[in-house]
Design a protein. Sequence first.
Length: 179
Amino acid sequence: MFPYKIDNEISLILPNPKKHGAMMFNLIKENRSYLARWLPWANAIESVDDEIDFLDDNLKQYLAKNSLNLLIQYRKTIVGTISFNTIKHNNCSADIGYWMGKAYSGNNIMHRCVLGMLSIGFKQYELNKIIINAAVDNRASNQVAKRCGFHLDGVLRENEKLLDGFHDENSWSMLKKEY
């Protein structure tokens, strides 16, 4: 299943902690202030070893079938990640999380990656529902969900704690029958 080729420019690959740890750490370090606004965990990755440990844990969770964390390879360069953060087998659902380096914005990368995750989720994982939660004021993330055809289910009040406090979150979903 992996690498999963989305198109001639993009593939989704499973992380190799030793191979990708330094590369991912450097991407996070270069984009820390850009990422941390919406993803406070970016400030907690302080070393290559922190990132290697994180990638190791991702692989363990993948093998346990609890999540699926993939690296985004764009024109043979790792530019970010996309994941099913949590796979809920009891109700056949998962939530998508994603990020990429600022320099790669505007290339329609994340839109294509989310469409790829929909295919993986509905066809291979046999999910019924895929969710994206995004802070109401995170315009870029909400735009990805909207452009991919997700349905806005509603607003979850003060559901996400960011660096500057609690934010309301839009909850978007796509059902298998809508795919």
